[in-house]
Design a protein around this ligand. Structure first.
Ligand code: ATP
Ligand code: MG
Length: 514
C-alpha cells in the first residue's frame, strides 16, 4: 500500500518578476475553481492534476489546466452543458468562455489506470479507476504525478498536495524520475523516453540514473512511436532556452537517431582552416545562439539544420576541405527531415528556404540591388528578417565573437529599399489579360513567355515597370518568331541562375567553400 502523503500549508511563492512587484503570482483561476466546485457539488471527487500542479509549484504559469475526477464522461457532460468529448482520450473538454488560450478550455479526465501494453505505445484498453491513487500511478514522471485540492482556509493559502511518489522532493532536487520501474514504464509507452529528455531540457533538470540507464537500454522502441507524437515533444524541446543541451542529451542517450539521424553524420566531421568547430558542434552552437536570442521556431530549426549536408558535400581533407553546394544539399535534407517529422507544408517550405539561402552574399561594396531583389523574390519578403537571424546564428555559431552590425544594417537597408520593387510577375504593371487584349492573343503559353521576358527586364531595372514601356516591349516580343520568344523567356529565368552562380563564386572564394 502506498502511503497517502498529504502536505498541508503549501505556500504560494512570492513573484519576483519585475512586472509583478512582489504580489502573490500563482493563484488558481476562477474558471478552474468553478469546475472543481461544480463536480464536488454533484458529490464527485475532483483535483487539479499533472503538469499544471508541477508548474504551479515551480511558480510558473501552467500552459493548461487539467482536472481529474471519479465522475464518468457522461456524468461530467451532464454537469457542464458547454463541452466536447473526444472518445480517443476519454476526456471531456469544458468551454469556459475565457479568451486566454490556457483558460478557454479545461480538460476533465476520469480517473483511469492503463491496462496491458503490447505494442509499446498504446494500452490495449483504457480502464477507468476508482481511486485517485490509481490515476496518479499511470502518469509518467514523479513531478507530473501530483494532484492538488482547492485551497482552503480563510485566505485560501492552504493547498493540499497529494504526492505519492515524492514528486515535490524531485522538483526541489531538479530530478526527472519515472513513477515506478523505468523499464516497465518505457515498455508501456516508448515516447516517455523522449519526454524525459524534453522535461530535462525545458525545466533544466537532470534525469535520474536508473531512468537514464533504462533509456539507454530501451531506446530502440522509440522507432515504434508515431512521428506526430515525436514531433510535438521535439518542438517543445527546440523552443526551450537550453534547446542545444536537449539535442546533445538525445545524442548521449541514443535517441537522436530516431529523430534526426542526419545530425549524427555531422558528429566529429572536421571542417577546414576557416572553422574551429566540427560540423555537429557548429550546428549545436548556432541553435544555442538562436535560442539565447529567443528566436522563433523557424530560425531555430534553420540554425540547427542549415549546414546539415556538409558531410555529404565534403571534398578533400584537412585545412583545404571544401563543401561545394552544401546549402542545396542541406535544403533537400531539411525537406526530408521535416516531412518525416510531419511538419506542415507551410513550416517545411519556410525552413527549407531559410536553409537554401543562408549563404546569401551581402558585402557592402559588391552587392547590387538587383541581386538583393532576386534574393527577396526567392526567399519571400516575409522571411527576410528570419533569414538574417539564421545568418547571424551561423556566424556566431562559428565562434566569431560578434555579428557585423554595419554590414547587416546596410543589408537591411537594401532589403527595405528593394522590397518596394517588383519581385514577382504578379507585381508587373501589366498582366496576362492586358496582354491578350493589346495583342489580340488567345490564352496560351505565349502570354506566359512574354510576361517572363518582361519580368526579366524589370528585375534588372525596376524603373522599367511602367505600363506604356511594357506595352511597347510586349508588342516587340509578340512579333518574334516562336522559337526566339521561348528562348528569351527561358533566358530571363536562366539569367537568374547565372546571377546566382556569380554570387556563389564570390562566396566560395570568400569562405573557401569550393
Ligand atoms: P506541458 O506543460 O508541456 O503541457 P505536461 O506535463 O502538461 O507538460 P502533457 O503532455 O500536457 O504534459 O500531459 C499532461 C499530463 O499527462 C502529464 O503531466 C502526465 O501526468 C500525463 N502524461 C502525458 N503523457 C503521458 C505519457 N506518455 N505517459 C504517462 N503519463 C503521461
Ligand atoms: Mg499540458
Amino acid at each position: 500500500m502506498v502511503k497517502l502523503d498529504i502536505i498541508f500549508g503549501f505556500e504560494p511563492k512570492v513573484c519576483r518578476s519585475e512586472s509583478c512587484r512582489g504580489h502573490k503570482k500563482m493563484v488558481i483561476p476562477k474558471e478552474v475553481k468553478s469546475v472543481i466546485q461544480s463536480l464536488q457539488k454533484a458529490d464527485f471527487e475532483a483535483y487539479i492534476v499533472g503538469g499544471c500542479v508541477r508548474d504551479f509549484m515551480l511558480d510558473q504559469n501552467p500552459k493548461d489546466w487539467d482536472i481529474t475526477t471519479n465522475a464518468k464522461p457522461d456524468e461530467i457532460q451532464k454537469i457542464f452543458p458547454k463541452n466536447f468529448y473526444t472518445n480517443e482520450f476519454l476526456t471531456v473538454t469544458v468551454l469556459t468562455g475565457n479568451k486566454k488560450p490556457e483558460l478557454a478550455e479545461i480538460e476533465i479526465t476520469t480517473y483511469r489506470s492503463e491496462a496491458k501494453y503490447s505494442d509499446k505505445r498504446h494500452p490495449d484498453q483504457v480502464k477507468y479507476a476508482e481511486k485517485l491513487e490509481d490515476d496518479l500511478s499511470r502518469r509518467d514522471f514523479t513531478i507530473n504525478a501530483m494532484a492538488m485540492d482547492l485551497p482552503r482556509g480563510k485566505a485560501g493559502e492552504n493547498k493540499k498536495v497529494i504526492d505519492l511518489y515524492d514528486g515535490k522532493k524531485d522538483l526541489e532536487n531538479k530530478i526527472i524520475r519515472t513513477v515506478g520501474n523505468p523499464e516497465e514504464r518505457f515498455n508501456e509507452d516508448a515516447l516517455r523516453m523522449l519526454r524525459a529528455v524534453r522535461f530535462a531540457t525545458t525545466l533544466d533538470f537532470k534525469i535520474e540514473e536508473k531512468t537514464k540507464q533504462a533509456i539507454l537500454k530501451n531506446n530502440i522502441w522509440l522507432d515504434a512511436i508515431s512521428k506526430e507524437r515525436i514531433r510535438d515533444e521535439f518542438v517543445k524541446m527546440i523552443m526551450a532556452d537550453n534547446a542545444a543541451g536537449g539535442i546533445e542529451l538525445m545524442r548521449e542517450l541514443n535517441l537522436l537517431k530516431y529523430i534526426i539521424p542526419e545530425l549524427l553524420e555531422n558528429y566529429g566531421v572536421k571542417q577546414n582552416k576557416h572553422h574551429i568547430y566540427d560540423c555537429y558542434q557548429h550546428l549545436i552552437k548556432s541553435l544555442e545562439y538562436s535560442a539565447k536570442q529567443k528566436q522563433n521556431i523557424y530560425v531555430r530549426l534553420a540554425a540547427l539544420l542549415h549546414d546539415i549536408g556538409k558531410p555529404r558535400s565534403k571534398a578533400g581533407e584537412g585545412d583545404d576541405a571544401t563543401f561545394y553546394n552544401h546549402e542545396m544539399i542541406s535544403a533537400k535534407m531539411t525537406f526530408q527531415i521535416m516531412n518525416n517529422l510531419k511538419f506542415s507544408k507551410k513550416d517545411v517550405d519556410k525552413v527549407v528556404k531559410l536553409v537554401r539561402y543562408h549563404m546569401f552574399y551581402y558585402d557592402v561594396d559588391e552587392v547590387g540591388e538587383s541581386s538583393v531583389r532576386r534574393l527577396v523574390k526567392n526567399v519571400g519578403p516575409e522571411n527576410m528578417a528570419d533569414l538574417l537571424q539564421v545568418r547571424i546564428a551561423d556566424r556566431i555559431g562559428s565562434g566569431v565573437p560578434k555579428a557585423e552590425p554595419y554590414k547587416l544594417r546596410h543589408f537591411k537597408f537594401l532589403v527595405e529599399k528593394v522590397s518596394k520593387d517588383p519581385i514577382s510577375v504578379k507585381m508587373l504593371k501589366i498582366n496576362g489579360s492586358d496582354l491578350m487584349q493589346i495583342l489580340a492573343e488567345k490564352p496560351g503559353p505565349k502570354i506566359g513567355q512574354i510576361l517572363d521576358a518582361l519580368f526579366g527586364l524589370v528585375l534588372e531595372d525596376p524603373k522599367k515597370n511602367n505600363k506604356k514601356y511594357l506595352e511597347t516591349e510586349a508588342k516587340k516580343f509578340a512579333k518574334l518568331p516562336e522559337k526566339y520568344l521561348k528562348e528569351l523567356a527561358e533566358k530571363s529565368k536562366e539569367e537568374k541562375s547565372e546571377e546566382q552562380k556569380k554570387e556563389d563564386e564570390v562566396i566560395k572564394q570568400k569562405y573557401w567553400v569550393k
